[in-house]
Design a protein around this ligand. Structure first.
Ligand code: G3P
Ligand code: MG
Length: 343
């Protein structure tokens, strides 16, 4: 019948669209729920006229804890199931680097959580700045190294082993110490501490950053500096000390590699929920930050929706990186508009 045709047409359309959600400023603020975020997930998880799952994944520049832990925390706040198979944080694609590097310095984050992240990614020999301090505290002359930190670190003789690469996973909790150690390694012979390379370039180990945001909104009235500013500081120091430019790789939004990775995750998520590994034709990115979510989505050919619940505080649309599908009061308005257009 006509009614049946119409509804099977709608089911096809529902499987041919997907949402990519930014997290901070769209679904939550830190640990605080944005109520429209919860409603949106209910709708997409099946509370809709077709009683069908509408594919969606999460793409955040957040970092600092293992995927499983972060997904559990988010599920609790949003009171909706979230699988790690539909979840990408800034360092998730860096998992692939464990095939190339055995011994890595992992920088950033709280306590030893980024060590856990690197372990989960399969890196064999993980070093964090505290392991180096416990071996040689003179490396960071102004740092007060506590007994507790010494007890929980894993010192080794770093003058007898090479570190193959530097991975900045999350925000540095101690710029002075982390920058000193990173610059020492970049200037060393192939990543061996207590050495200084004669030629700064040919023996330099690679450095990776999990994301490039300059600023991050927090409880403070003005956004706080993030990994992007940390990187720019390092680049300037390295240039001043060696005369050379620092080559580096940055992951996260709005870098192209991250959007390609997201396509793979959407396709495999389609296999999980609809037994059909394919990339839907109409992808909607919902984000609050024009300089990461929106510019990246625009460049990648996605439909972009900018919401007013986070970083963006401007007028009709962002002047530099306007959202191509529109600006919305919140994530629920954006999803309703997209669903209305497609179904
Ligand atoms: O700036 C880092 C992080 O807080 C951004 O998260 O979810 O808005 O990409 P998100
Ligand atoms: Mg955001």
């Amino acid at each position: 019948s006509q009614v049946q045709d119409m509804s099977s047409e709608k089911v096809r359309a529902a499987k041919d669209m997907a949402f990519v959600f930014d997290i901070d400023g769209v679904l939550v603020h830190g640990d605080r729920l944005i109520p429209e975020g919860k409603r949106v997930l209910e709708i997409l998880n099946g509370d809709n006229e077709l009683a069908i799952k509408i594919p969606h994944i999460f793409l955040t520049n957040g970092s600092g804890k293992p995927e499983q832990a972060r997904v559990e925390q988010l599920s609790k706040i949003l009171q909706q199931p979230i699988s790690i198979e539909q979840f990408i944080q800034s360092h998730t694609p860096m998992r692939a680097l464990s095939e190339y590097y055995d011994t890595v310095l992992v920088v950033g984050g709280e306590g030893y959580r980024c060590r856990e992240v690197a372990e989960a990614y399969g890196f064999e020999n993980i070093v964090v700045p505290n392991d180096i301090l416990a071996w040689d505290p003179t490396i960071a002359p102004y740092r007060k190294f506590t007994e507790e930190e010494r007890r929980t670190s894993r010192p080794r003789d770093f003058s007898k082993m090479n570190i193959d690469a530097i991975m900045v996973f999350s925000d540095s909790r101690d710029y002075a110490t982390d920058m000193q150690i990173i610059v020492d390694l970049l200037r060393s012979e192939n990543g061996r501490l207590h050495t200084m390379a004669k030629d700064p370039v040919s023996q330099r180990i690679p450095i990776y950053f999990s994301q490039g945001d300059l600023l991050c909104p927090t409880e403070h009235p003005y956004p706080r500096m993030s990994q992007g500013t940390f990187r720019i500081g390092l680049e300037a120091m390295y240039k001043a000390l060696t005369g050379e430019d620092l080559e580096r790789v940055v992951y996260g939004k709005p870098e192209l590699a991250t959007y390609k990775y997201a396509d793979e995750v959407i396709a495999s998520w389609m296999e999980i929920i609809h037994n059909d590994e394919k990339l839907p034709a109409n992808i909607y990115m919902v984000g609050d930050n024009p300089a990461s979510d929106i510019i990246g989505g625009n460049m990648y050919g996605w439909n972009t929706c900018l919401v007013r619940t986070g970083v963006f505080q401007g007028g009709e649309n962002d002047e530099n990186n306007p959202a191509n599908f529109g600006v919305f009061a919140n994530v629920l308005e954006a999803v309703k508009a997209a669903v209305k257009k497609e179904l």
